[in-house]
Design a protein around this ligand. Sequence first.
Ligand code: HEC
Ligand code: HEC
Length: 448
Amino acid sequence: MHPVPRVFKRYLILAAAIVFALVCSLEGLKAWNGRVTPEKVASGKLLFEHQWKIGDSLCGGGDGLGPVFNARSCAACHFQGGLGGSSGNQFNVTSFEVISEGERIKEGVVHADSISPLEQEQKAQVNALFPRTIQRSIIQNTAAMQDCAPGSNRATARQVIEIDDPVIFQELNSPALFGVGLIDEISNLSISLHGQKRFANVIAKELTGDVSGNRLGIVNTVNRNIGKFGWKGQFASLEEFVASACAMEIGLTNRLHSQQMPKQYAADPNAAMDMTSEQLHQLVCFVRSLPRPVQVLPKETVGRFRVERGEVIFGQIGCTDCHIENLGGIEQIFSDFHLYNLEPIQPSGSRGGGYNDGEAEKQFEFDRSQPHPDQWQTPPLWGVADSAPYFHDGQSPTLRAAILRHRGQARSSSDQFSKLSAYDQACVLAFLKTLRGPQLTADSLSQP
Ligand code: HEC
Ligand code: HEC
């Protein structure tokens, strides 16, 4: 018998891996469908709206709300356009990232509230925990660096960044949760296949000497899965995000995440459970059941023509490089779940620190397995007409402002948008304005 040629062996292994991944994702789906019941969704809705108290009766032996928290209910920050929606900047969460040489980037949240004034967190405490040091770093996120296959480490150009303050504070705006159950089902394979297709297109263009397009992004890999939730894609599954939201936002310790120790910016390993596994599961069932956003087209012909023209231009100026319409069998989602750098980090925090360009003295490189503080995930644009304000920090009040803020790796698209006639710009905006949240009625709200 002839041995199987090596190249065939490789294809066989690849084919087997693809079949295995498909079977696993189908199995995952089936498991969930079997477990979601209307009763669990209804109980989960009550937990989502519940105003948690200190020593809450729903918490068994746990301490209930806090000790540090951002709000008393999930609904407090997810309500715009109906239960589960986004919210304005007054509900933003203050997060921080700490960059230090040779270490993984640390992340945390400065909680807005606490059950006792003595436990109230402040930005200045975080600064004190991670004092100012001059660190100089090579940050590899120039255009050339990004033009490598997702996950690869090939560095062709480097930008030297001086970090004089290791702590970077960022405000995070609450996204709408509509349709997140569908996002949970998008497979790793669909996201990485799209990334590879774009990689091939960009390289093919560059071989002809054309480097004008939008650049390539990266995926955030979390425990060998692609992260899809959070502004940095920091969680791969909805259940993990919900468990972390319970602990971080409200202070509810559960099977997957513990509440935080006040002023320590770390999980409390000794906290008693505030939620049973069943309660966590019910909450996930409710969030999964939130309806997906929809497209609402104008009835009159002139309006429809503008929207159709706007959608064509949206593709022509490269918006669909990142906001791809269909992914993993989900229609009109308009995201690739990759992370991009659209603008440098703004000076932030109580010390006004952040990134500064500078000469390299002592050089180190960031851990490439983690996204940089200036990389953010492409948000799905479904429902975008009803989820203002925009961008991770909620600092873009309108759709137009959000588009013009696309610099860095999406500069090509925003430049092309700026060059459009006023009429064509209005068409693109008219198209985005058809991407509405689910049109919830009083009935659909009271019956999950
Ligand atoms: C204080 C406001 C606030 C509260 C309270 C809150 N959230 Fe959020 N939520 C946010 C913010 C801000 C983000 C984005 C966070 C990030 O990207 O790190 C978010 C993101 C999410 C996401 C990810 C959505 C996506 O598509 O990426 C889920 C799911 C979620 N929240 C569920 C919940 C649940 C469940 C609760 C209650 C246990 C809750 N949230 C309570 C502000 C809040
Ligand atoms: C290179 C990838 C890329 C391209 C090309 C791109 N975007 Fe984006 N878009 C992003 C990322 C990443 C964000 C989030 C940035 C942040 O939060 O800091 C975003 C955010 C947005 C938002 C705000 C959504 C929200 O929920 O906050 C809108 C609206 C938007 N893009 C529209 C467009 C339009 C219109 C175009 C074409 C002119 C376009 N984008 C091209 C990556 C891209």
